[in-house]
Design a protein around this ligand. Structure first.
Ligand SMILES: [Fe+2]
Ligand SMILES: [Fe+2]
Length: 378
């Protein structure tokens, strides 16, 4: 008698899921199809080894996952890592499921994480327990040929590439939008959105309460988008998330304050109207919000005009302000593409050039700092 039993196919989709967003659901559905899975285990981490902050209370994250996946067949939300507590190492999880389930095991991972994989705890043990199934993420370039060779040379095993491409969505966006009381349309499922509102989750975000008081909804959306946009490249540029968040969150917070009414604030006559809010923002951030970090204050101050010899944080706020997802001016698509793909300095100069040319074409007064910045970086 021969044994015709076909092995079950199971994949694990891990993550912090704080909270689960719509792209997680789409990814799960694609993976079930593409890998012909019998089961997909959705695994919220207790504490991710890749992140320093402790995520929101585990029971909320679990409840939201159950709501998000309640109608998705073959999905099982697991509390294995949460019950285990401590740092959630992938090798322990895959080894546990390899021994408890008689199945061929896959572990789903984004292309952007693949480059870091060799630094994970015991990568070779992960690969002997499962096969990595990799999906692409929009806006992230991954050198698959180079990685395939590296994996073969280092581990003697490579990975499977899924066709699924994840759109740009993030839990961070949901957290910022929630803190700013902005609608979560299309960011997560309706039930998860209701759960977040009902339980008043994600209400704390640096300076959200300040900007909520000073900015109308349209400008709040822009602000949230600038924060998210800047965070995308912060790590690669060696910038602390906290600084990036403070500078971007506050960059426009003085936009609707009449500078003439602010005691002690003076501005020289040659500063054009559209630039004043940046100077005022830096002034108020220092005087009233008691921010002392010069780098942050300067990033707020020069986000509109630029200046020669800018710090990396100044450049990042300047660029993110110009290319965030809500911007629609002519030429923004190309700049956004450059932000996602090019060397950052190159993208920064393109933005500076775009601003200078735009002001010249519109025959608007160019502030001397902008012109000096352009000539400095040209
Ligand atoms: Fe601004
Ligand atoms: Fe702005």
């Amino acid at each position: 008698m021969c044994d015709n039993k076909v092995m079950k196919r199971i994949a694990i989709l891990g993550g912090t899921f704080s909270p689960v967003h719509i792209e997680h659901v789409l990814l799960a559905k694609s993976a079930i199809k593409e890998l012909a899975l019998d089961k997909l285990i959705v695994m919220p981490t207790f504490i991710s080894p890749h992140k320093s902050e402790v995520p929101l209370c585990s029971s909320h994250r679990l409840n939201m996952l159950k709501l998000a996946f309640k109608d998705v067949e073959k999905v099982e939300v697991s509390d294995f890592e949460i019950e285990k507590q401590g740092k959630s190492y992938t090798y322990q999880t895959v080894e546990h499921f390899k021994s408890s389930e008689d199945a061929e095991l896959f572990f789903i991972v984004g292309g952007d994480m693949l480059t870091d994989f060799p630094t994970w705890r015991y990568p070779e043990r992960i690969l002997s327990a499962c096969t990595l199934a990799v999906f692409d993420r929009e806006g992230f370039y991954t050198d698959y040929d180079g990685l395939t060779k590296y994996f073969m040379d280092t581990f003697g095993k490579t990975f499977i590439k899924l066709n699924h491409v994840g759109r740009d969505a993030s839990s961070t966006k949901i957290r910022i939008y929630s803190a700013l009381s902005l609608p979560l349309d299309n960011l997560t499922t309706k039930e998860v959105e209701e759960y977040i509102i009902k339980n008043r989750l994600y209400q704390d975000f640096e300076f959200a309460d300040i900007v909520k008081k000073t900015l109308p909804e349209k400008r709040l959306i822009h602000t949230a988008n600038v924060v998210i946009c800047a965070l995308k490249r912060a790590k690669e540029l060696g910038l602390e998330n906290k600084k990036v968040i403070t500078a971007t969150m506050l960059h426009d917070f003085a936009k609707y304050i009449d500078y003439k009414t602010v005691e002690g604030f003076t501005v020289s006559e040659d500063v054009p109207e559209p630039v004043i809010h940046a100077f005022l923002g830096a002034y108020l951030a220092e005087k009233h919000l008691k921010i002392t970090d010069r780098e942050v204050l300067d990033a707020i101050k020069y986000h509109t005009s630029g200046r020669p010899n800018m710090t990396t944080l100044e450049k990042l706020v300047f660029v993110a302000d110009m290319v965030e997802d809500g911007r629609t001016y002519d030429g923004v698509e190309e700049l956004r593409k450059s932000y996602n793909e090019d060397d950052f300095e190159r993208c920064f100069f393109k933005c500076l050039e775009e601003e200078t040319v735009h002001l010249i074409n519109k025959k608007q007064k160019i502030y001397h700092l902008t012109l000096e910045a352009y000539n400095y970086y040209k």
